[in-house]
Ligand binder design. Structure first.
Ligand SMILES: *Cc1c(COP(=O)(O)O)cnc(C)c1O
Length: 387
């Protein structure tokens, strides 16, 4: 929460988050997948605000929450959220006792992690709920199949000691956004092998999960007992060229703080990488790379102003950038939309990801702490808070 003093000063820019869109998207994914949904709210809900997004998704039928770290999980608990939470990235010196005591499930992919989690469970005086992760081909997290038998037998032993319970077996796909790619089938086959091995060794994990948003929507054989949906809940279609009726939830906007008419041949911003070709109106926007408008957007991206898409002129600075508004009748205080749902023609986060050769996830999570978040679309959650 921002302090009274900061609130009085006002934020120069805001991210407006439509929680009704998050709820709608959750329902779309649940319906399309026909499987329970884990709403992935890591990295402060992809920059949208983890707690409001979690509440909206749970209210729309999500049954689990997924986060990267124990600290993220504990902040959901501190907000009073009691739904099941899985946290999947840990250091050996994490406070596992606190996380276990908060009834947060933990992923584990190596024996060192299992031992550390078991020690935390012993301190907490209750068994840890563990989801064993197998590497089926992503080659990032997860135990290799060659190391799986050892991990499974250690988990079995710690289970027998009452220190943990294996509630899940899971993995992550490398190429989920390419339906039909053979690597998905390969990963599914290895996943089946790992689950089969775990069961034969005496584990009885009720939850198998493999799919992210793209797989939940496009690869039915990856759905199992739970799908881990992130980007789709925020309203971005994860599969190129496919439409599921998802609604973008976040609009990044600001107001013009200065407008001026300049002659042709005017160099703009650092190094004058942009020069006006005609008499034009330059508009100053109070958002910079510290706020999530990357420097790579210089002379490459466009924003919505005066009912048109107009280009960013010159280098994006830390706190501000300039737009060449041509002959539009822009005035100080006019709204500038960096990206939004796209309904009026404004750029979308997907446009920005394309312009910057990245994914929407990175654009969202780059939105800085200075940008205030404002919530709408969900009774009881309309509020302001700082990033
Ligand atoms: C971030 C993440 C997800 C969500 O992925 P999307 O493609 O955004 O749906 C799912 N699972 C894991 C393990 C993740 O880290």
């Amino acid at each position: 929460m921002i302090t009274g003093a900061v609130r009085t000063a006002g934020a120069l820019a805001e991210a407006v988050v439509d929680l009704a869109a998050v709820a709608h998207n959750t329902a779309v994914v649940a319906q399309a997948a026909g499987t329970p949904v884990m709403a992935v709210v890591k990295a402060d809900g992809f920059g949208h605000g983890a707690v409001p997004v979690a509440r909206a998704a749970l209210g729309a039928g999500a049954t689990w929450l997924g986060v990267a770290s124990g600290a993220e999980a504990l902040s959901l608990r501190a907000a009073g959220i009691t739904a099941p939470v899985l946290s999947w990235l840990h250091g050996l010196d994490d406070d596992f006792a606190a996380v276990v005591a908060a009834r947060v499930d933990l992923a584990a992919a190596g024996p060192e992690q299992l031992w550390a989690i078991a020690a935390g469970a012993a301190r907490a005086g209750m068994p840890a709920q563990v989801h064993l992760k197998v590497d089926t081909g992503m080659s990032r997290g997860g135990a290799l199949l060659a190391d799986w038998p050892h991990l499974v037998s250690l988990a079995r032993r710690l289970e027998a000691d009452g220190l943990l319970r294996v509630r899940g077996v899971w993995s992550h796909l490398a190429r989920a956004d390419e339906p039909g790619n053979h690597s998905i089938a390969t990963q599914v086959a290895r996943f089946e092998e790992a689950v089969g091995y775990a069961r034969a060794a005496g584990l009885d994990p009720p939850l198998r999960h493999l799919a992210n948003s793209a797989a939940a929507l496009g690869a039915p054989r990856t759905r199992y007992d739970l799908v881990r949906a992130g980007i789709a809940l925020y309203g971005v279609e994860p599969l190129p060229g496919r439409e599921h009726g998802l609604r973008p939830a976040l609009t990044l906007r600001a107001r013009a703080v200065l407008v001026k008419r300049t002659p042709p041949g005017t160099g703009v911003s650092y190094q004058h990488t942009y020069t006006t070709s005609a008499a034009t109106t330059l508009v100053l926007v109070p958002l910079g790379y510290a706020d999530g408008v990357p420097r790579a957007a210089s002379n490459r991206a466009a924003v919505w102003i005066g009912g048109q898409r107009r280009p960013i002129a010159g280098v994006v600075s830390m706190d501000q950038f300039v737009v060449d508004a041509g002959n539009l009748p822009v005035q100080v205080g006019d709204e500038v939309v960096v990206f939004g749902p796209g309904d009026a023609g404004e750029p979308t986060v997907t446009d920005w990801a394309r312009w910057l050769v990245t994914n929407p996830h990175e654009i969202f999570t780059g939105i800085g702490a200075r940008v205030s978040r404002r919530y709408q679309g969900m009774p009881g959650q309309e509020s302001h808070h700082a990033g």
